[in-house]
Design a protein around this ligand. Structure first.
Ligand code: AMP
Length: 288
């Protein structure tokens, strides 16, 4: 049976999701453009392009088997889904913010009856109930930041990543309702019906995410430096050490390293007298 995967059709999560699926080996074809769905070549998989906030509901109803969207969307949908993989992008948090001029600097000091504008009414209601506050929730479909300025609300609840939009609108964050990032979401039913296919797609995505931010480094190092080399480039299960034909003094070492350590590793290797240092990108990294 065809595996149906929901992907955000536009917005912040679209581009990176499509990029990761392609890198994981799903052939989405040349020009996705405004297509509503794509049949993956050579695999029994269909990718459906839908709105990010519809994805949890579609998974829950069985219209699609799995989907990639923000954890905030899952929380707001109220659907109980399984998070098969954190995708490590789309980081943000759902925050309570107040106008700079307000005296309130703690959610505990928000008076009962306050008006809170948000596009996350469910999460907001649950949160204020959980801290024992009786507030009025005003649903708006976007641009919550402007609502206190317009006099429509006293405070807002909105997604924040860098905080620059809040700052621009003279708002201050005083509390966090939830942390979010993009994730692969699956229903319990799909987990049973498509266990193998879901595992294959998820582990392919996971291997691409693990590979990004790492590099493969190779160098010929003086044999006596091996203990130090093992320290600076431990690799995954220790570096690979290879004999060099025609040299008794040097050995070749290969290892996977974090990209942000490349500069210091190369500097250390050079200091030890290493030769022929080269680094290569890694496409996939399957650690287990
Ligand atoms: P979209 O509305 O389609 O652009 O997607 C919005 C999704 O992107 C949210 O549900 C979050 O999961 C994610 N996101 C990440 N950072 C932010 C941000 N600063 N504001 C809004 N959404 C964000």
């Amino acid at each position: 049976m065809t595996l149906k995967i929901g992907v955000p059709n536009k917005g912040r999560l679209n581009e990176r999701t499509v990029d990761l699926l392609r890198k994981a080996g799903l052939d989405l074809g040349e020009d996705i453009g405004r297509k509503l769905y794509v049949q993956i070549r050579n695999q029994d998989i269909e990718v459906m392009f839908v709105r990010a906030n519809d994805i949890p509901g579609f998974i829950d109803r069985g219209a699609i088997d799995m989907g990639i969207t923000g954890l905030d969307m899952m929380a707001e949908s109220g659907c109980q889904l399984h998070n098969a993989l954190n995708m490590q992008f789309g980081y943000c948090h759902l925050a309570v913010a107040v106008p700079m001029e307000s005296q309130v600097r703690d959610v505990k000091d928000i008076p009962d009856g306050s008006r809170i504008a948000t596009s996350f009414p469910r999460c907001t209601e649950e949160y204020f109930k959980s801290i024992g506050k009786d507030v009025e929730i005003l649903y708006i479909s976007g641009a919550a930041e402007i609502m206190p300025y317009l006099g429509v609300s006293d405070y807002i609840v909105d997604l924040v990543s860098t905080g620059s939009t809040l700052k621009m609108n003279r708002l201050v964050e005083i509390g966090t309702i939830l942390e979010s990032q993009a994730a692969v979401l699956v229903s319990e039913r799909a987990m049973k019906e498509h266990a193998r296919e879901i595992e294959e797609v998820t582990s392919a995505l996971s291997s691409v995410i693990s590979a990004e931010g790492r590099k493969y480094i190779m160098a010929d190092v003086p044999k006596e430096c091996l203990p130090k080399v093992r320290e600076i480039m431990p690799g995954i299960g220790g570096p690979t050490v290879l004999q060099l034909a025609g040299s008794d003094d040097y050995v070749a070492v290969h290892a996977v390293v974090e990209q942000d350590r490349i500069y210091s590793i190369i500097t250390d290797l050079k200091r030890m007298g290493a030769k022929g240092i080269l680094t290569m990108p890694i496409e996939r990294l399957v650690e287990r």
